[in-house]
Design a protein around this ligand. Structure first.
Ligand code: PLP
Length: 402
């Protein structure tokens, strides 16, 4: 194993990035926080906005919740729609991507003989949802196996198209996969599958704030629905996601909790799923404005991508492991998955105990995954990260692997 010291220099961080901006978050400065991807991290200023919404609501609960909320949330949804180029009349807020996917697939029906498909890169909660719907309807559930490495978008596209089961009625495809961090060529997949009559739903949980999202385009290309979290990469408080469905389907899709507005406009139907905390959704315009005003969204996504691409190269070099995707970063956004040295499996009982060791001994917060019978680590890059965070990880893993 090689030291991180002699590796190519890290990309220059633009002014304000790295340690300088870290106080904008509450994050513990003792921790190398390399897991923005799981739950995001909300900036202090956005938490303050959220708190002000809480106070306004508690000051006049009925006025705010009963009378003003629809109009306030319409403003929030408009700003989110601008950000992802969504279609307002068939979009709405949801608390997370899991509930959006549940809403769509549980509102639809399948028949015995139909196949509900996804890929082996699927997020586990989505896998469970699809398996449940398949059982409910007597349909088949299948995963298209896409072993690593993946060499290019074309390679991924070809493999998805070659292996998609013949009777597939619904395909749920990641925009950015959770375990492998890969960007799927969703537009090409949509173009190829449209003539075959396959319903395609895009799981864009990681996409907003990491990639340029264009929901209108995905729906124009025939996607039945798209969801994306705003609480991961868009700085919104937790419990904040979007669902956009194809306008032709909007009347058929109900939220997971059906309530007063079941026959109302799409956004309204999703907005009211019983009394809830509306403050994450109300904070969206300020969360998006934070990203733009502090860094500029283009500069932020670019800097995160460059840092994680360098980190990906650094970790593969230091641990002498083969990359799972091209080292030029062409298939990743702001997260990268790296194979772990095989020797670690002899030293740790499971992936969770290695993750705990990295946290306990080296103060590194990073997910370690047992995927497809191998161990991987997934690093995130956000504005507050520094090259030092990844060097610390490189050294800690090398030491543990011995
Ligand atoms: C691809 C993907 N889908 C769905 C989810 C679920 O997101 P949430 O927990 O916000 O519902 C995640 C979370 O990491 C994800 O990565």
């Amino acid at each position: 194993m090689t030291s991180s010291a002699d590796f190519i220099p890290a990309p220059i961080r633009p002014p304000l990035f790295g340690s300088e901006c870290r106080p904008l978050w509450l994050l513990d400065p003792e921790i190398h926080f390399l897991n923005h991807g799981s739950f995001g991290a909300v900036p202090r200023s956005v938490l303050e906005v959220q708190n002000r919404w809480r106070e306004r609501i508690e000051h006049r609960p009925v006025e705010l919740i009963d009378r003003r909320m629809p109009e306030l949330l319409e403003l929030s949804l408009d700003s989110a729609m601008d950000f992802v180029n969504g279609i307002p009349h068939s979009s709405g807020f949801v608390v997370n991507a899991t509930s959006a996917i549940n809403a769509v697939v549980r509102s639809l029906n399948y028949a015995p003989g139909d196949t509900i498909a996804t890929t082996s890169h699927v997020y586990n909660a989505v896998r469970k949802t699809l398996q449940w719907v398949a059982r409910r309807d007597g349909a088949l559930y299948e995963e298209i196996s896409l072993p690593l490495p993946v060499t290019s978008s074309e390679d991924l596209l070809d493999r998805v198209l070659e292996s998609i089961p013949r009777n597939t009625r619904l395909l749920v495809i990641d925009q950015v996969s959770s375990p492998t961090g890969l960007i799927f060529p969703i537009e090409s997949i949509l173009e190829q599958l449209r003539p075959r009559g396959v319903q395609v739903m895009i799981d864009g949980a990681h996409a907003p704030g990491m990639l340029d999202v264009d929901v209108r385009r995905y729906l124009d290309l025939g996607a039945i629905a798209w969801t994306g979290n705003l609480h991961k990469w868009c700085f919104a408080p937790k419990g904040c996601a979007l669902l956009g469905v194809h306008p032709d389907l909007a009347s058929r899709i109900q939220p997971t909790t059906i309530s007063h507005h079941a026959e109302d406009l799409f956004a309204r139907r999703f907005q009211w799923q019983g009394t809830a905390d509306f403050t994450p959704w109300l904070s969206v315009p300020d969360a998006l404005a934070f990203g733009e005003a502090t860094f500029g969204w283009d500069a932020l996504t670019d800097a995160n991508h460059r840092l994680v691409t360098w980190a990906h190269q650094l970790l593969c070099h230091c641990w002498a492991v083969d990359p799972v995707s091209p080292l030029d970063g062409s298939m990743i956004g702001s997260i990268a998955t790296v194979r772990l040295p095989g020797r670690l499996r002899e030293r740790f009982e499971n992936a969770a105990s290695l993750q705990a060791a990295l946290y306990d001994h080296s103060r590194i917060e990073v997910p370690v995954m047992d995927w497809s019978e191998q161990w991987f680590i997934r690093v995130s890059a956000q504005a507050y990260n520094t090259p030092e965070d990844y060097r610390a990880l490189a050294e800690a893993v090398s030491t543990l692997a011995g």
